[in-house]
Design a protein around this ligand. Sequence first.
Ligand SMILES: [Zn+2]
Length: 308
Amino acid sequence: MDHSVIFAWLKDNPIMGPEDFLRIPGYEQTINFSKFSGRRLEIMLTDYAFDKANETQCGISGCKQKHQRGFIVGTDDGKVTNIGKDCGKTHLGLDFSRARKEFNYRRKAESNRTTITTVIADIAAQQSRIDRIQAFAKHLNACSFSFRRLMPDTYRKVCEMAKRDNPVITRPKALTGRDAELYFEMTKTRPRDYPGGVPVVDEPVDTLSGHRFFRDMIGASVTHRILKPRDELISLTTDEIDNLSGRRLSMLSKSAQEILANLSATEELANYGLAFFSADNLEKLKLLGASSESITAFRKEVPEANLC
Ligand SMILES: [Zn+2]
């Protein structure tokens, strides 16, 4: 019997107990592996583990060892039987070591493929979101560039507000009369503590939207935290996937989770950006010293985003 046929069969018919052995195509309860037989162990097809009540017997003739854990094996002349986890070492020596090594490798490669396939499918399912964030990033980068060029001082002020995470626009207000008295009382100070005897405080006048857009670089975020790791994942060849170390495999699954988290974070950043560059919010920049002309020039230079 061709081993690949039995492989396929075992995939669809997992071995749950010793009674399942008899259903395996070509299975024989005992096989002669003696020198005179000239027969060799060629392949481990799958492994099994039963509880004590389901102990089974080794198929190497002359062994018959009772055991709970073992392998379904194939010989070089196409026979199939089951052998104990360790007794193959005793009876089949080097053949057993080689076959087990190949078995472990195949097992690992299979599990690598399953993990990576799942991870790549998870990311592929987000393709439309990735396309969308790329378009947003392109638009917002253009906005940011023009804003910086046309209103450099305002740009600096906004970056400072982003750094402090404080969206409140203030203007200085000199306190006089009753206001000043209350202020002296509250701060336990006196007029002589202030130049000209007049305390000056920052009075809130408005609140910026989307100031947090300036806490990060959206273009770099899309390139380095989404596209690059995504491309690295999908460019893996079958051969590379089979040979991934456990460490590298878990790094790649983690990286895939991070791509999805970065996608959400970058979408949030884009929302801040859209809020910041909205018409209402641009008007507020006048309170930070931007001229009407520069705001008009900005609107001309960056056409309204036609996204979504
Ligand atoms: Zn045995």
